[in-house]
Design a protein around this ligand. Structure first.
Ligand code: UD1
Length: 364
């Protein structure tokens, strides 16, 4: 029983690592589950891809489709054509996709059209915001998946409301959190930490890469000034995504307390987050990690597909207006931030639960 595990972009890699480990453990117990790791090549730099394989002990991909960069449609088309070619030469029995990146949707379509069933990890989450490519990827992927592995009860409800029957939904928890919990003892201080004079609880981490926040020079510059001003002189450490780097280069000088660093490897990035006073981000996955680490998180978006990070966790939606940042930071400094709790089943055992379901579903 061969399962294709699809990974293409940075936020996929921490989600597949525990599933691969759990399938390997099943094999060691005598299960006939087999996997083939397919990297689409959507992210290709060492900083965005290779480092994650090394640090998280993910085996080298069996296949790399090497699609590289492009527009949404170019990437989707290239991934579909490459993956279809692979399936025609050497079919698998299940296509297992994770998250919401272009590779997720493209491989799900290619597989389902060849009547290879699709299972989606992190299924059912919805922001309702069709201006984000990730939301389109979620809607398409879930509309053609056979099985749904979910992170929350809200996701279960979203799926039920579109007519998915309960026996196809498996509420298993969060594989990204499996990876985080497994690696907490291994987090690594980045080389620049002492050079910049950073001290635990006395700096802010920011990550921004959503087109809405970083693609327009003026708006992006205003956001950065607002963050720098609201930080009350604390250092703001900003690991820069390649998309963000393009606009940053054209901005000229930045506020003196903003420190740009390269995209960080997994262990260094989460060391930074764990020890930060707060995180200001437009990422979705980071809001889950800050929730589990109990670190205050201010999200510069108008919506989220991960509402439990707000209702249970440490996340707050601040919106994308720079004027909203100072009041939120004042609240953090003057009144303190909610402490939050960890959502149900985010317990480090999600990969095992998924492997057990796969074993039963495929091998009965
Ligand atoms: C993608 C995901 C997003 C995720 C993000 C994390 C989609 C629709 N979006 O967005 O959900 O949060 O990854 O990183 O799949 N680039 C490099 N090196 C690389 C990869 C990309 O320089 O290894 C450049 C590309 O040339 C491109 C830009 O970064 O100009 C954006 O990359 P792309 O993969 O298209 O989308 P992301 O914005 O990274």
């Amino acid at each position: 029983m061969l399962i294709d595990i699809i990974a293409g972009a940075r936020p996929n890699f921490m989600k597949i690592a525990p599933v691969i480990k759990a399938i390997q453990a099943k094999q060691a117990e005598g299960s006939a589950l087999r996997y083939r790791l397919v990297h689409t090549g959507q992210h290709y730099d060492a900083a965005m891809s290779g480092n994650f394989f090394t640090q998280l002990g993910i085996p080298a991909p069996n296949v790399n489709l090497d699609v590289g960069s492009g527009t949404q449609a170019e990437q989707t088309g290239a991934i579909m054509a490459g993956y279809e070619r692979l399936l025609l030469q050497a079919p698998s029995q299940l296509c297992l996709v994770v998250g919401d990146v272009t590779s997720t949707m493209a491989c799900a379509i290619a597989a389902q059209k060849l009547r290879i069933p699709v299972a989606h990890i992190e299924a059912g989450i919805r922001s309702g915001d069709w201006s984000m490519p990730e939301e389109i990827n979620r809607l398409v992927t879930d509309s053609i998946s056979n099985w749904f592995f979910t992170t929350s009860d809200v996701a279960n409800e979203n799926l039920r409301s579109t007519g998915v029957s309960d026996e196809r939904i498996f509420f298993v928890g969060n594989t990204m959190i499996d990876t985080l919990l497994a690696n907490m003892p291994r987090l690594k201080k980045p080389g620049f930490f002492d050079e910049l004079g950073l001290r635990a609880g006395e700096y802010i981490v920011t990550t921004l890469h959503r087109p809405k926040n970083v693609d327009q020079q003026d708006g992006f510059a205003d956001l950065l000034s607002a963050i720098a001003d609201a930080a009350r002189g604390l250092a703001v450490v900003f690991p820069v995504h390649p998309r963000t780097a393009k606009t940053l280069h054209s901005l000229g000088s930045l506020p003196a307390n903003i420190f740009l660093v390269d995209p960080q490897p997994y262990l260094e990035f989460n060391f930074l987050v764990k020890n930060a006073l707060a995180v200001i981000t437009d990422s979705g996955g980071i809001t889950e990690e800050t929730t589990v680490m109990g670190v205050p998180c201010l999200t510069l978006r108008d919506n989220t597909e991960r509402p439990e990070t707000i209702t249970l966790g440490t996340n707050e939606l601040i919106g994308t207006n720079p004027a909203a940042i100072k009041p939120a930071m004042d609240k953090l400094f003057d009144e303190g931030w909610k402490r939050g709790s960890i959502p149900p089943l985010w317990d480090g055992k999600t990969g095992e639960r998924i492997a057990a379901h796969l074993d039963r579903l495929l091998l009965g």
